[in-house]
Ligand binder design. Structure first.
Ligand code: C5P
Length: 224
């Protein structure tokens, strides 16, 4: 039988990565951070001097993408080949690059099989976090969630997360970057950020993330 698939979508900073990580640990599920995959494509393009809108070169690059996730200590690390790029993909330049390459249909299509394979090759189950998991990558996921939160709350969380990871930034810069990426992610024509009709919506603006995890876990247990 297929592993149990959980889709968690939502805008930047809604708590997806924290919630997914805790949930994956509690359930013993693998975690597929699809944003990290788009970030890896942007990192490869940037290193090779490929413009983020050069479809021909991006298409060729996609054939060479080798990504895997591995839990190191408490964190879900992402590897490009054998190189741990977990820190390097979080810079503001690569964040913008990821948002740009993710708007190219050739990139979205090219990453579909990879995302599905990373989830389906797991044993117990997989949590995929992203923007279009419940709508495009796994429309038949066993449980779908859409996490939302007010923009100021999201920017503050993102800032604190970056700070803890040792990435130098400011709250203003994070909010500006977030506003631009939200607009780009919601307005693009291919797979725009939008809740699946059958997704459970959870607004975490005034809810501790531990409560969000509990809410999601209960819903998942109900469906298992
Ligand atoms: O989630 P994260 O902020 O790491 O994602 C980086 C970028 O990748 C997002 O701004 C979004 O443009 C893109 N993305 C996407 N579809 C996904 C996951 C991420 O378009 N499923």
């Amino acid at each position: 039988p297929r592993p149990f698939i959980v889709a968690i979508d939502g805008p930047a900073g809604a708590g997806k990565s924290t919630v997914s990580k805790l949930l994956a640990r509690r359930l013993g599920f693998a975690l597929v951070d699809t944003g990290a995959i788009y970030r890896c494509v942007a990192l490869m393009a940037s290193r090779e001097g490929i413009a983020f809108d050069d479809d021909a070169k991006l298409g060729e690059l996609l054939g060479r993408v080798r990504i895997h996730f591995q839990v190191v200590g408490e964190e879900n690390h992402v590897f490009l080949g054998t190189e741990d790029v977990s820190g390097e993909i979080r810079t503001p330049a690569i964040s913008m690059g990821a948002s740009q390459v993710s708007g190219r249909p050739v990139v979205r299509a090219g990453l579909l099989a990879l995302q599905r394979r990373l989830a389906l090759e797991t044993e117990a189950g997989a949590i995929l976090e992203g923007r279009d998991i419940g709508t495009v990558v796994f429309p038949d996921a066993d449980a779908k969630f859409f996490l939302a939160a007010d923009p100021e709350v999201r920017a503050r969380r993102r800032f604190e997360e970056l700070f803890q990871k040792g990435v130098d930034s400011s709250l203003e810069a994070v909010l500006t970057d977030q506003t631009q990426r939200d607009a780009a992610d919601s307005e693009r024509t291919v797979a725009p950020l939008k809740a699946a009709d059958d997704a459970v919506r959870v607004d975490s603006s005034s809810m501790p993330l531990s409560d969000v995890v509990r809410t999601l876990e209960q819903e998942i247990e109900r469906r298992r």
